[in-house]
Design a protein around this ligand. Structure first.
Ligand code: HEM
Length: 245
């Protein structure tokens, strides 16, 4: 690469970078506590208090994850042009840009982008979709397992036996529950747990692919896409496709 052709571009604004690193940290912690819950028996975690504590920690980190994700959805309408949904969601002309990108890769003169390249856009969309499913199913399980907000009091109110204060219900304790409604709740929450678990597996796989793809792209295309998520700036040679400055 001719060093004299290198130019610095402002890619990721500060809120986008903050979202990315908060999201990364939250997801790693959620996976860690999720796996602890999943393999609790194998790890010798048997007491009900320990199980509920693990779940509670997971849910509290989950709130950070959900609020951060909600912020990113909003920022897609307010952020700089590379943070906007228009630059991320596949819209009109996307398939052509994907073909152009593939052709340029094959020719050995890969197109440069200040924002995401078309494959990166697809990856980000899949990651966001899976994370939305995790957030939704996680909030449902938080309510149906341990009566936590935002839907917990609604659930507790439904399963509490007549005359029992819903706030007095203790997770996994049948005392104070209306038996037929408790049974209904069990049937209702099961599929959300299954979806939460299998989506977590898919997300873990995609995160690994995402990291491999970013490292490979960084090595192939001149080495600034990883540092750009820290500094906000990309150093590119030639004219990026998505820059009209
Ligand atoms: C990327 C985000 C997340 C990942 C990777 C993740 C991962 C996991 C995993 C692996 C489990 C164990 C599943 C099992 O034991 O069957 C789990 C369970 C759980 N998660 Fe998450 N989770 C995420 C987000 C959330 C969020 C946002 C919440 C709620 C605020 C949440 C609430 C729960 C609850 C309540 C359980 C227990 C469900 C059960 O016992 O079946 N999770 N999660």
């Amino acid at each position: 690469m001719n060093q004299s052709e290198l130019k610095i571009y402002k890619a990721w604004d500060l809120p986008t970078r903050l979202f990315h690193w908060i999201n990364f940290s939250a997801v790693i912690c959620l996976i860690f506590f999720g796996l602890l819950m999943l393999f609790k028996k194998e790890l010798g975690i048997t007491s009900m208090e320990a199980k509920i504590s693990l779940k509670t920690i997971h849910v509290i980190i989950g709130y950070v994850f959900v609020v951060n994700l909600a912020f990113r959805i909003l920022w897609g309408f307010l952020g700089n042009r590379y943070a906007r949904w228009r630059a991320i969601l596949p819209g009109r002309g996307f398939m052509q840009s994907l073909r152009d990108y593939r052709t340029s890769m094959r020719s050995g003169n890969t197109q440069q982008f200040v924002g995401h390249n078309p494959l990166g856009r697809l990856a980000v969309c899949c990651l966001l979709l899976l994370m939305l499913v995790m957030a939704f199913t996680g909030l449902i399980r938080a309510a149906t397992d341990i009566y936590y907000p935002p839907f917990g009091s609604l659930v507790a109110g439904y399963v509490a036996a007549p005359g029992v204060d819903p706030d007095s219900l203790i997770p996994y304790d049948p005392a104070g529950l209306e038996p037929s409604r408790a049974e209904q709740l069990k049937t209702f929450k099961e599929p959300f747990g299954e979806i939460h678990l299998y989506t977590a597996y898919a997300l873990m796989l995609l995160i690994v692919l995402h990291i491999v793809a970013v490292v490979v792209t960084d090595l192939r295309e001149g080495g600034s896409i990883i540092s750009a998520m820290f500094t906000g700036r990309k150093v590119l040679s030639g004219k990026p496709v998505d820059d009209d400055s």
